[in-house]
Design a protein around this ligand. Structure first.
Ligand code: ADP
Length: 481
């Protein structure tokens, strides 16, 4: 059994207290991981602050070499990362492959961001004055990452700020401290990133707050970069407001998939099954509700139910498995409770509706009344609500009637009409003739409303840099007093 240490200032260091990192499928211990404290976070912030000036000034070509090397290492370690994601997070092979591919693409693209235009020249009205707005990094960015897309989201948390010249302290989720944290540190260390540019502080379950306290109290930390639930995002945004720090938030969603009557139904069923059940519904972009035009509703839900029954639940390390376990017994209980509550107030179970060992069966619910939580709140399990609509206008109105706005999909035989409808949907991302889950590092993933603030990829330059107005004047001219 491997015992880990934390990565601070380029060193693998204590503390002595460790906790068990559990396999959600078997319940066995995957690794023993440091139960870090506020003092560890303080040392990590010190290291990141000390590394900042040198990293900020490192020429783009040198940064490029490091990012490209890290991508090669991720690729070389694919087998090991896939096995770890299965053991630590219950992630089946399909989603592990997606995470690794997206991470390597992100690293390779970020290798070039040092060459993006670093500002603008803007005309001044004052004679003899040359004015510009220059981009400069913020300083230390504190990253807080989740367990669900553990590996790819950890890379996103680190790479976006790092590529624009910031240094980082990463606090991974206690549910995935290795794949969402310590493994990233190992790879960056092997790639040769200077000590302190990225530091990883892990902590035991329930002990995130003291680590976060250090982030909020330290003036060197200029931004909190968070991916996780909207509930935690709200707490962090309130604290960031009090501390006058920036925060970038990628939060939950209640993502609609709209199927219009002119859609190719076989394609729509495949898209819906993927959107609802990929990674057992534990991705922020999973579809939570499918809105289907009435003439094709019965045919669509019938075929979807049949398709759901073909998805095999079981050991995530088995290549034939589609539905792995939920992340913890508590998560399984929560999903089961929410389905049961919906059924108690009148929802019908078309397929699924119960646990299968540590997994939850792919489930489609119909007739879900407004009073059920699942009607308008994220479940974080393989549960899809199906609802008929009279027309596209009603579908758009229902799609917009939630507090979230992350991702939406819209399936129609008429792309032109789909594009016009997409423009009316309040979401950060809309895919026409596609489903809700996608991530390409060059595209601006992010939400509106309670789904978050900020965008990933090259567009995150706005989030992870400040504009500095600099003028140079030729020393002529007069002042009015
Ligand atoms: P989930 O409920 O799915 O675990 P969270 O949003 O609670 O999602 O967790 C995402 C990340 O936020 C994890 O790294 C977790 O440790 C961290 N976290 C949870 N609560 C807090 C908090 N109050 N302050 C700082 N970090 C937190």
């Amino acid at each position: 059994m491997r015992e880990y240490r934390q990565y601070i200032g380029g060193q693998w260091v204590g503390p002595d207290r460790l906790f068990d990192d559990l396999d959600p499928y078997r319940g066995t211990v995957v690794a023993r991981v440091p139960a870090g404290t506020r003092a560890d976070a303080a040392r990590a912030v010190d290291a990141a602050a000390a590394a900042f000036p040198e990293w900020a000034d490192l020429p783009p070509a040198e940064k490029q070499t490091l990012f490209l090397r890290a991508a090669d290492i991720v690729e070389r370690r694919t087998g090991e990362i896939t096995a770890l994601l299965a053991a630590e997070t219950g992630c089946a092979g399909g989603f592990a492959g997606f995470q690794i591919l997206t991470a390597t693409r992100l690293l390779r693209q970020a290798a070039n961001w040092g060459y993006l235009p670093a500002g603008e020249i803007i005309r001044s009205d004052i004679p003899g004055t040359f004015a510009m707005a220059l981009r400069r990094p913020l300083g230390v960015v504190a990253g807080i990452s989740p367990w669900n897309g553990a590996h790819v989201l950890a890379w996103r948390t680190v790479v976006n700020p790092l590529a624009f010249g910031n240094t980082v302290v990463l606090k991974p989720s206690e549910e995935a401290p290795v794949s969402a944290g310590l493994l990233v540190a190992e790879i960056l260390d092997e790639a040769g990133f200077p000590p302190g540019t990225v530091n990883v502080v892990t902590h035991a379950p329930g002990e995130a707050v003291p680590v976060a306290d250090e982030f909020f109290d330290r003036p060197e930390v200029r931004c909190i970069n968070f991916t996780g639930s909207s509930a935690t995002g709200r707490i962090l945004a309130e604290r960031a407001g009090r501390a006058l720090k920036r925060c970038v938030l990628e939060l939950g969603g209640y993502n609609p998939l709209i199927v219009l009557a002119d859609a190719d139904l076989d394609y729509a069923v495949e898209a819906a099954a993927f959107a609802a059940f990929f990674h057992s519904g534990q991705i922020c972009m999973n579809a939570r509700k499918v809105l289907v035009e009435r003439p094709v509703y019965d045919a669509f839900v019938g075929r979807l139910a049949a398709r759901a029954q073909t998805l095999r639940a079981g050991d995530p390390a088995d290549p034939g498995t589609v539905i792995g376990p939920l992340i913890s017994p508590a998560a399984l209980d929560r999903v089961a409770r929410e389905v049961d509550e919906a059924v108690a107030v009148g929802a019908k179970v078309l397929v699924g509706g119960s646990a299968d060992g540590p997994c939850y069966q792919p489930t489609v619910l119909t007739d879900v009344p407004e009073g059920a939580r699942i009607h308008s709140e994220e479940t974080f399990g393989p549960v899809l609500v199906a609802q008929p609509v009279d027309d596209a206008d009603e579908a758009v109105a229902i799609a917009n009637a939630t507090r979230y706005g992350l991702s939406a999909g819209l399936i129609t035989g008429d792309n032109q009409r789909g594009f016009a409808l997409a423009r009316r949907i309040d979401a950060g991302v809309v895919h026409v003739n596609d489903q809700t889950i996608a991530d390409e590092p060059q595209l601006p993933l992010g939400g509106v409303k309670d789904s978050g603030w900020g965008r990933s990829g090259p567009h995150s330059m706005a989030d992870f840099t400040e504009l500095q107005w600099i003028t140079t004047r030729d020393g002529t001219g007069t002042y009015p007093i």
